[in-house]
Design a protein around this ligand. Structure first.
Ligand SMILES: Cc1cc2nc3c(=O)[nH]c(=O)nc-3n(C[C@H](O)[C@H](O)[C@H](O)COP(=O)(O)OP(=O)(O)OC[C@H]3O[C@@H](n4cnc5c(N)ncnc54)[C@H](O)[C@@H]3O)c2cc1C
Length: 560
């Protein structure tokens, strides 16, 4: 059951409107993509009680309908909204100020996103292994976790896929324009029948006979594929619907508390022991509620939320904490290393609307009824990005990384290559022509010239909604533990040392799967050690042994 403060039975001091909760073992801040995946794995083990505190509520009605996803991104009830610092080379049409959003509800941003399902390149995971010095992050070692996420229902069944995981990975039947996309890719010499979620290999192009845009894209080793999605029968599969909803009522050791906002981690010395939170239930606002966790605290508040919570708790860069007059508990470069993809939409005019979603024609009551009945049709698509391609640019090539695609485009990113695709026979049949938005600063340049495109990109590009890296794993931070602090871990997009070359939710799920397994192993080892120590202590010290050897109790007797 999803609970609110007003009805949770574990709230000990309910009458005083301050809530003091003692959780058996573990407490998670943030019921988002990573958080709920960790919560599920820890709870289903059966030996531990897990409490999730989530700032938002249950996803709104209609959240499962992909076609409604774009509308939800501006619903202030279910998003965190920020504005970037002024950018020098992006978003200049809005004075360099970027609108940044993330999900604020159960499922977090997996309840808000467009459901594209891409693992990223094996090179991305290998790079994590290299930067952390921990070989277990290598792709070959992460493959079991990637498989554990998914129930594969795509076109390429193989031993590269999982078939029993919570998230359904599928390719929708309804895919307007996909045929044109694949035909265009094929006509340019690219492979098209490739598993987008198999190990990402860049296929060799058969010939390079036409490349007027070669300064940007020299190596056109690209694969054009259908896009795959985290959807079950055409409906959104989020971490809430996939990991938690199916087990919540039958898992009494898993508690989920909604509409509570964590404000600070509490410490005894350098040991994280609890979290303070505000709650806002039915317009009744209460502050400084406290939850204590016996085992440990795991933060999964996302790439913006996790560093903020750490800094509020005294963990962060000295200059930031001093400026905010927050006593420093641990100086760490929290909040640095923010990485994101850059995104740019290009508009084309075509004369045949069968290749795109056409709202007046497609979003009809009949098609809604079709979706409700079968999960098919226009309502099963979040914006119609039915095809995608991964390509290695000349920048990647120059760095010796021609097998590490640094551009992903989904009808259509990566300007010059998209323009090229639109010039192919298949898109010319649709009458496709570039319909550039008029930007005064770019009007002096010749349309499609390098100068024009550079100006266009600087003005209209924006963040790709894939923030990572703000609490990055380092060599001295095993199992996503916070350096210098006991009992505090992070499991979300913020721990990635570097961004993957695709959409980020799958990598977050993989991190959550791996971290939760490590946590369970570590807890198991600790309890075996404790048991051994206890027996040993008993024989040595008789009745005094428990206090002498047990962890936790000794340090925090008042909490437990
Ligand atoms: C518009 C959009 C479209 C996207 N499309 C795709 C896509 O198609 N495919 C893809 O792979 N990726 C996509 N992404 C990115 C992807 O969804 C995210 O990278 C991923 O979901 C992040 O997971 P997370 O666990 O790090 O954070 P989140 O899922 O955001 O979870 C953080 C959770 O913590 C909660 N929280 C934060 N602060 C507090 C606090 N103080 N107290 C309590 N709770 C708190 C939040 O409410 C949230 O539930 C998209 C992102 C956006 C914004």
């Amino acid at each position: 059951m999803v609970e609110t403060l007003t009805n949770t039975p574990c709230c000990l001091d309910f009458a005083a409107s301050k809530c003091v909760v003692n959780v058996d073992l573990c407490y998670l801040v943030g019921g988002g993509t990573g958080g709920l995946a960790v919560a599920r794995r820890l709870a289903e083990d059966g030996r531990h009680t897990v409490l999730v505190l989530e700032s938002g509520g249950i996803p709104k009605e209609g959240n499962e309908i992909p076609a409604l996803a774009p509308g939800f991104t501006s619903d202030s009830d279910i998003i965190f909204r920020y504005t970037s610092v002024p950018q020098q080379n992006a978003a200049l049409s809005t004075d360099g100020l970027e609108r940044i959003i993330s999900g604020r509800m159960l499922g977090g941003t997996s309840s808000l996103n467009y459901m594209h399902f891409n693992r990223g390149s094996p090179r991305d995971y290998d790079a994590w292994a290299e930067s952390t010095g921990d070989q277990s992050w290598k792709y070959s070692n992460m493959l079991p976790y990637l498989k554990r996420i998914e129930t594969y229902a795509g076109d390429y069944p193989s031993d590269q896929h999982g078939y029993f995981g919570p998230v359904m990975l599928s390719r929708p039947k309804y895919a307007p324009g996909l045929d044109y996309w694949l035909e265009a890719g094929k006509s340019l010499g690219y492979q098209t029948r490739v598993d987008p979620n198999g190990p990402q290999k860049i296929s060799k192009r058969t010939e390079l006979n036409y490349c007027p845009l070669k300064e940007l894209i020299v190596n056109l080793d690209t694969r054009f594929t259908a896009t795959e999605f985290s959807k079950r029968l055409g409906r959104r599969d989020s971490s809430y619907t996939a990991y938690i909803q199916p087990i919540l009522s039958s898992t009494p050791n898993l508690r989920v508390l909604t509409n509570v906002n964590a404000t600070q981690i509490m410490f005894s010395g350098k040991h994280a022991v609890g979290v303070k939170f505000d709650s806002n239930i039915q317009n009744s606002y209460s502050t400084d509620n406290v939850v204590y966790a016996k085992k440990e605290i795991i933060i999964s508040a996302g790439s913006y939320g996790s560093p903020v919570l750490l800094m509020r708790s005294g963990i962060g860069p000295r200059e930031v904490l001093e400026a905010a007059k927050i006593p420093i508990l641990q100086e760490l470069p929290v909040g640095k290393n923010l990485q994101n993809h850059i995104a740019l939409e290009l508009d084309f005019l075509i004369n045949d609307t069968s290749a795109v979603i056409h709202p007046p024609r497609d979003f009809t009551p009949e098609n809604l009824e079709l979706f409700n009945r079968t999960g098919d049709g226009p309502y099963s698509s979040a914006g119609g990005a039915t095809g995608q391609a991964f390509i290695a640019s000349s920048v990647a090539k120059a760095a010796g990384e021609s097998d590490w695609a640094d551009i992903q485009f989904t009808m259509a990113h990566s300007v010059k290559e998209v323009l090229r695709v639109m010039e192919t026979e298949s898109y010319q049949r649709l009458g496709a022509r570039f319909d550039s938005i008029e930007i005064p600063a770019c009007m002096n340049f010749q349309m499609k010239s390098d100068e024009f495109l550079a100006c266009y990109i600087k003005h209209l590009s924006h963040n790709g909604c894939h923030p990572v890296g703000t609490c990055k794993m380092g060599p001295s931070r095993p199992f996503c533990c916070v350096i210098g602090i006991h009992g505090l871990r992070i499991a979300d997009a913020s721990v990635m040392p570097s961004i993957v070359n695709a959409n980020t939710q799958v990598a977050v799920y993989a991190i959550a799967e791996r971290v939760s397994e490590l946590i369970l192993q570590q807890w198991q080892q600790q309890s075996s050690f404790r048991q051994k120590s206890w027996h040993h202590g008993q024989s040595q010290f008789g009745g005094q042994s428990w206090q002498r050897f047990s962890f936790g109790r000794k340090h925090f007797p008042s909490y437990f």
